[in-house]
Design a protein around this ligand. Structure first.
Ligand SMILES: [Zn+2]
Length: 117
């Protein structure tokens, strides 16, 4: 008997590929994730999980970073954004804006310590 590992999505691999994850998530409307975000933030507030990230007068600092996670002149899907390059080349791409909570001095286990140390 031969063991053929499968990922949680049924693909014949233990790790789903980028393309497989995109194929599963692209049809999902971002509206489905909005309630989840609100629930996670509410739970963080209830459990005091944001306490160590509060800085500068009780604010939570959010770093924003834009990136493109797919760029190709050949591979595209119906959700791709496009841009012209030169006279006759078109690039297809997917971009995202990532938000990350940051704390210059993150207190772990009740002790002040420098982030990244
Ligand atoms: Zn696409």
């Amino acid at each position: 008997m031969r063991f053929a590992p499968r990922c949680a999505f049924g693909a014949p691999s233990s790790v789903p590929s980028d393309n497989h994850v995109r194929a599963l998530l692209d049809p999902a409307s971002p509206d489905h994730f909005h309630p989840v975000f609100a629930e996670v933030v509410a739970e963080l507030e209830r459990s005091d999980g944001l306490k160590d990230f509060r800085q500068l007068g009780d604010h939570v600092l959010i770093a924003l970073d834009g990136t493109e996670y797919h760029v190709s002149s050949k591979v595209r899907c119906r959700h791709c954004s496009t841009r012209k390059r030169g006279q006759d080349k078109t690039e297809h791409f997917h971009a995202m804006l990532a938000a990350t909570m940051v704390a210059p001095i993150h207190r772990a286990a009740g002790r002040p310590r420098q982030a990244g140390l």
